[in-house]
Design a protein around this ligand. Structure first.
Ligand code: AMP
Ligand code: GLY
Length: 430
């Protein structure tokens, strides 16, 4: 099969690497890809928002299946476009991708279908006074969010009312997120540990990838500003068998059923970002794609042939529960540029990747890297690399990943030293 992967981050490197393991992957392309995807696929210089260019490429290269990594093209309707052109593609149509594209839509959808989430209210931008009084009425802590896509920066978890009013001003008055702030969502702050659950679905059937946990804040112990994710591990010991059953019954299945009932069946990857609260699992957010860096740990654990799985998904012929997963564990430690997520330099030379990859079960996934014309690999983003390792259990996967981290060098290399500790804590409590 001839396969095209759209995107250019660590998630897409992980996808291409996992697809390359299949004997059915006769040709693999990444658009635009990165120096990591180039190890397994042919990179083609077409941006992920250039729908005309991507359609033309898929046609002329006889692509059998396109897999979309990031949310933006999904929310903007790339699946609708490819489908209209008679091209096979994995992902939700725009109407279903609203689960990620509009937080107001997602919250109201969950309310309609009795899916557990935070208490919330939605306000239009011209209801500033009402939103402001609602903040006073509920008090802190409280969460204030721009409705639309804001590159992960539109959610403010506020511990004081002052912070909450500032967030409202930023979203509504300053329009810091443009049209994403046409509506503002105010939510109860939920307490607990966050878990990422990915379901691959054809609209009615689904298979789950292994539960994982991300580490969003930049600093040790979960301090400092939120990032795209500083590391991940899978499986997540906090999600035992009974909890997973509950997540399927109370969240995944009602979500798929609800989308089908509303005439917008959800296909592709459904990402349920959950908070495991004292009352049980609740949805923090839906995303319409794999997580990054969670993809880097869940995909290497898949033992089923991923090309076959996506092929069946595209045909609407998945069999629920049919995915085979490794009995081991995976961990990923993100190496970021100094100053990320606020301000950082790029173009810094990177060395030691081969040394890291010569260690047992270590793989270095590229996120923000670029090859200079002279062939030297340099940093090209905030999150630069994801050092990923497999192990028989989580402690071994973590030890191996951190050995890999020591082998890679670039000036300003920044990482958290406590990735996976929350998972190990649950293992020792079990
Ligand atoms: P979002 O932009 O909705 O993905 O939110 C980003 C992050 O903010 C989440 O991963 C959580 O850590 C946090 N967050 C969002 N909503 C809530 C909530 N209602 N309660 C607690 N934390 C939240
Ligand atoms: N790791 C969080 C996300 O992909 O949204």
């Amino acid at each position: 099969m001839r396969i095209l992967v759209i995107g250019s981050g660590g998630r897409e490197h992980a996808l291409v690497q996992a697809l390359a393991r299949s004997p059915h992957a006769d040709a693999l392309y990444a658009a635009p890809g990165n120096p990591g995807t180039a190890q397994h696929a042919t990179n083609v210089g077409i941006a992920s928002d250039d729908f005309d260019g991507l359609v033309e490429f898929a046609r002329t290269e006889d692509i059998d299946l396109t897999i979309v990594g990031p949310e933006q093209p999904l929310v903007e309707g790339i699946v609708d476009r490819f489908t209209e052109e008679g091209l096979r593609i994995i992902g939700p149509k725009a109407a279903a991708a609203r689960l990620e594209g509009s937080k107001a839509f997602a919250d109201q959808f969950m309310e309609r279908h009795g899916i557990p989430t935070a208490d919330f209210r939605v306000f239009d931008a011209d209801e500033y006074d009402e939103a402001s009084s609602y903040l006073e009425e509920v008090g802190a802590p409280i969460v204030v969010k721009a409705d639309g896509l804001a590159a992960g920066k539109g959610a403010f978890v506020c511990n004081t009312l002052e912070e909450a009013h500032q967030a409202l001003d930023e979203i509504v008055d300053d329009r810091a997120f443009g049209a994403a702030g046409d509506q503002v969502v105010i939510e109860e702050k939920m307490e607990g540990e966050e878990v990422s659950i990915f379901a691959l679905t054809d609209g009615s059937h689904y298979v789950l990838l292994s539960p994982s946990q991300d580490h969003k804040p930049i600093g040790e112990g979960g301090t400092g500003p939120n990032t795209g994710g500083m590391g991940a591990f899978s499986p997540a010991p906090i999600v035992d068998g009974p909890l997973l059953t509950r997540i399927c019954r109370e969240i995944v299945e009602p979500t798929l059923q609800g989308m089908e009932d509303e005439g917008t069946p959800y296909t592709g990857v459904l990402y349920c970002g959950l908070m495991i609260t004292k009352e049980g699992p609740k949805v923090v957010e839906y995303n319409c794609r794999l997580g990054d860096p969670e993809a880097q740990v869940v995909l290497p654990l898949v033992e089923s042939d991923l090309v076959e799985v996506f092929d069946r998904l595209a045909d609407g012929a998945l069999e629920t529960g049919s995915l085979r997963a490794s009995s081991g564990a995976a961990a990923c430690v993100v190496l970021a540029s100094e100053g990320y997520p606020i301000d950082y330099d790029t173009g810094v030379e990177i060395t030691g990747i081969d040394d890291a990859e010569s260690l047992p079960e270590v793989s270095v996934l590229h996120a923000g890297t670029r090859l200079r014309p002279d062939g030297v690999l340099v940093t090209d983003g905030g999150r630069v690399l994801g050092v990923t390792a497999l192990g028989t259990d989580l402690p071994q996967a973590l030890d191996r990943a951190y050995e890999g981290v020591e082998a890679v060098h670039f000036d300003g290399k920044t990482f958290r030293t406590d990735i996976g500790e929350k998972g190990v804590r649950h293992l020792s409590e079990a």
